[in-house]
Design a protein around this ligand. Structure first.
Ligand SMILES: Cc1ncc(COP(=O)(O)O)c(C=O)c1O
Length: 396
């Protein structure tokens, strides 16, 4: 497929589920000269970031900033709260919670899978049943993803909390919000979440490189018996007083902190987190309307079966008889739209709708996919563009 004479020669749009599109203001914040490490603007800027971070997860609890990606967040969460021989229960739905379990299993922690699948959320009744059986409280933590970026399922975290309470089980509830933070409603304290974690590169609109772990008092208390601790991630050193250098376990990630401060200002200017969640919900309603309209036997289909469990930040789409790599390649090489690859054996494509996006961007992406579906002769129910415009229109 020649890229000469293609139509892609405007600004490329990456609609992959992270890293997301970075606002120019955030990129500009990255290019400032380095400041003094111990005095002056950096000290104030990072203090503002730290002060505001708990509100991003809707918690009064502690937030730790790690120079590292989401995997580092996983490591901080489990290494600070578990002891050798502990058992954790991974609530499977899609892929990412399961990988978190695999990473945890190398630390002498027993990992049990509450089996799920790629097309449905975690079943709260199954979680309650398994925890009720665990009368000796061997399970010390339940690990779950809020949104699984492979399948695009959104798990019902309040329902999972209720299931744990109904079983009368004291395990920590640890939630991976790496795909969802800043996109989906999430209320750590109100929902009874003990640990939440996120990366900066999706809804929070910052290039990859830092991650966050929010810890409740119960999680901080679990630290006292944790013997899987690792120096770099250890909460004790990071909580050791006012010393910025020990809080970051070394030199702070200065450009990321400045970029994050700018991203937080953008969220504030939008009207706060609730307004950001609402924009995601409206743009996602356009995407969902489009996929619904395109759906046809032997063609396009949602990966997630139940409409209430489809996330507001990414949609995984199955393509029936059409090879998804052909669709992605046509979109990218001929139209400048980069779609997410189907991962974890889910043979489709992923359209991200997370972060710094507005209607022309999302409607443009939907229109481009529709043009490619026409070009490839895929069976199509009706126009996704018309359906998306009708879904978004009333909110303009
Ligand atoms: C839900 C979820 N969890 C964890 C990760 C891992 O994050 P990272 O790649 O930043 O380590 C990702 C990455 O896409 C994710 O989407």
């Amino acid at each position: 497929m020649s890229e000469k004479n293609s139509l892609k020669w405007g600004r490329q749009m990456a609609a992959i589920p992270g890293p997301s599109i970075i606002p120019d203001r955030v990129l500009a914040a990255f290019s400032q000269p380095m400041p003094d490490l111990y005095e002056g603007p950096l000290v104030e800027e990072q203090a503002i970031v730290r002060e505001r971070l708990p509100s991003i997860a809707k918690t009064e609890g502690e937030c730790f900033i790690i120079t590292g990606n989401g995997h580092a967040g996983w490591q901080m969460a489990t290494s600070n709260t578990l002891a050798a021989g502990d058992k954790v229960l991974v609530a499977e739905a899609g892929r990412f919670a399961t990988i978190w379990g695999i990473y945890t299993s190398v630390s002498d922690v027993e990992v049990e899978l509450l089996e799920g699948n790629d097309r449905e959320p975690v079943d709260p009744a199954a979680l309650e049943a398994r925890l009720t059986e665990d009368t000796g409280h061997e399970i010390k933590a339940v690990l779950v993803a809020h949104v699984d970026t492979a399948s695009s399922v959104r798990n019902d975290i309040p329902a999972l909390r209720r299931a744990m309470d109904a079983a009368g089980h004291p395990a920590l509830l640890m939630v991976d919000c790496i795909a969802s933070m800043g996109c989906e409603e999430f209320r750590m304290d109100e929902w009874g979440v003990d640990i939440a974690l996120a990366g900066c590169q999706k809804g929070l609109m910052v290039p990859p490189g830092i991650s966050f772990v929010w810890a409740s008092d119960k999680a901080l208390a679990a630290h006292a018996r944790a013997d899987r601790r690792v120096g770099y991630f250890d909460w004790d050193a990071r909580l050791d007083g006012s010393n910025m250098y020990s809080y970051y376990a070394g030199t702070p990630p200065i450009p990321h902190l400045r970029g994050l401060l700018e991203a937080m200002k953008i969220i504030e200017e939008e009207g706060g987190l609730e307004a950001t969640w609402r924009r995601h919900e409206i743009l996602a309603s356009g995407v969902k309307a489009a996929v619904e309209a395109w759906s046809a036997p032997g063609g396009i289909e949602f990966n997630i079966l139940d409409s209430d469990s489809r996330s507001n930040c990414v949609t995984t789409v199955l393509t029936g008889g059409l090879d998804p790599s052909e669709l992605r390649s046509l979109c990218e090489k001929q139209a400048g739209l980069v779609l997410g690859l189907g991962i974890a054996g889910i043979d489709g494509f992923r359209l991200a709708h997370m972060g710094h996006l507005n209607p022309p961007m999302i409607l443009g992406a939907i229109g481009t996919i529709e043009a490619a579906l026409h070009s490839l002769g895929s069976p199509m129910g009706s126009s996704g563009v018309a359906a998306a415009a009708a879904a978004i229109g009333p909110h303009l």
